[in-house]
Write a protein that binds this ligand. Structure first.
Ligand code: 5GP
Ligand code: MN
Length: 314
């Protein structure tokens, strides 16, 4: 593994003719927005580019240009392609790209902003003080004078905004706002993106009413938990955005925990905090992320996961 500079990254991209882009499983707004924008940027540079994700792409991102060009592993197994570079965006570990890694033997490049990055790639461009991978991609386009089209601007604005809670979270910096402003200058429409991303169905809101009943407080109300059982997870089709935000704003709460029951012996966890290093907590369970937003998977049902987490928090 070697860390590369912006010039080395530029040179490598100039030399590559064909590139496969990928992102982490259970892709979020930053992953999808960064990939779609970088796809368009690289096609604009005359490259042959493919986009692969080893997961379902949530329907709410389908309004973005080129979202229908994203394919899964089965597609590339049936239609194999040979590339000069596998470019991994927004993923901090090799496992998080699922089976995409096994599709190629090309050198792996990684553009990422996770402090927990395991340095799995052959070449890493890591900016852990950036709020979003979309912020990095916008910065790269600006530095290299690569045009930011209107569709790229919308994808990048969405990527940046979703990873910093629409400019509310502590990862929001002057540069985050400057890169978002550049996107708006290039045609991004903030209100349209908010409407698309934050739209909820009546069914989802009905479910939220019962999910609210699962909220519980611990450790003098400094820790709050909220639960999605496997039935709720099935109804939500894995789109759990927003649930942890219901409890993170409680005035006494430092650590907010969303427990996502995948089965009776597997619980995925989303951690958010105002003070505590939740990346360190997630890493104790083999996960990671950022200091104030991290995730992991725990063997056991929701109750077991909650017990183990509260023990580790101490
Ligand atoms: P979320 O709770 O929104 O799924 O994730 C919060 C942050 O933690 C994101 O930056 C995400 O990439 C990271 N994260 C979530 N789950 C995992 C995990 O299982 N492993 C690692 N390394 N990072 C994770
Ligand atoms: Mn991200």
């Amino acid at each position: 593994m070697s860390n590369i500079t912006i010039d080395q990254l530029h040179m490598a991209l100039c030399e590559a003719n064909s590139i496969m882009l990928t992102v982490h499983v259970r892709p979020d707004g930053d992953a999808i927005g960064s990939m779609l924008a970088f796809y368009e940027a690289l096609v604009g540079q005359g490259k042959t580019v493919y986009m692969a994700v080893d997961d379902i792409v949530p329907e709410k991102y389908s309004f973005l240009t080129y979202a229908d060009h994203i394919h899964d592993v089965a597609y590339f197994e049936e239609n194999p392609v040979s590339v000069d570079m596998l470019m991994v965006l927004d993923a901090s570990t090799y496992e998080r790209i699922g089976k995409i890694g096994a599709l190629h033997s090309a050198p792996i490049f990684n553009i990422d902003h996770h402090i927990s990055n395991t340095q799995f790639a052959d070449y890493l461009y890591l900016k852990s003080d950036f709020a979003a991978t979309g912020e990095i991609i916008t910065d790269l386009c600006k530095n290299w004078n690569w045009p930011i089209t209107e569709s790229m601007a919308n994808a990048l604005y969405m990527a940046i905004a979703t990873d910093c809670g629409f400019f509310k979270f502590s990862n929001t910096t002057a540069n985050t706002l400057a890169m978002a402003a550049l996107c708006v200058e290039q045609g991004a429409r903030p209100h349209i993106i908010s409407e698309r991303i934050e739209a909820v169905s009546a069914e989802r809101l009905e479910l939220t009413k019962s999910v609210m009943q699962t909220i519980s407080f611990h450790k003098d109300n400094t820790v709050a938990t909220i639960e999605l059982d496997p039935i709720a997870m099935a109804i939500l089709k894995d789109d759990t955005d927003g649930f942890v935000d219901i409890i993170r704003n409680v005035d006494t709460v430092d650590i907010a925990i969303l427990l996502k029951g995948e089965s009776h012996d597997r619980t995925r966890v989303s951690l958010r905090s105002k003070r505590t290093d939740v990346n360190a907590i997630a890493q104790q369970f083999g996960g990671g992320g950022h200091i104030r937003a991290a995730g992991c998977t725990i063997t056991g049902d929701i109750e077991e996961a909650k017990k183990q987490l509260l023990e580790v928090i101490g």
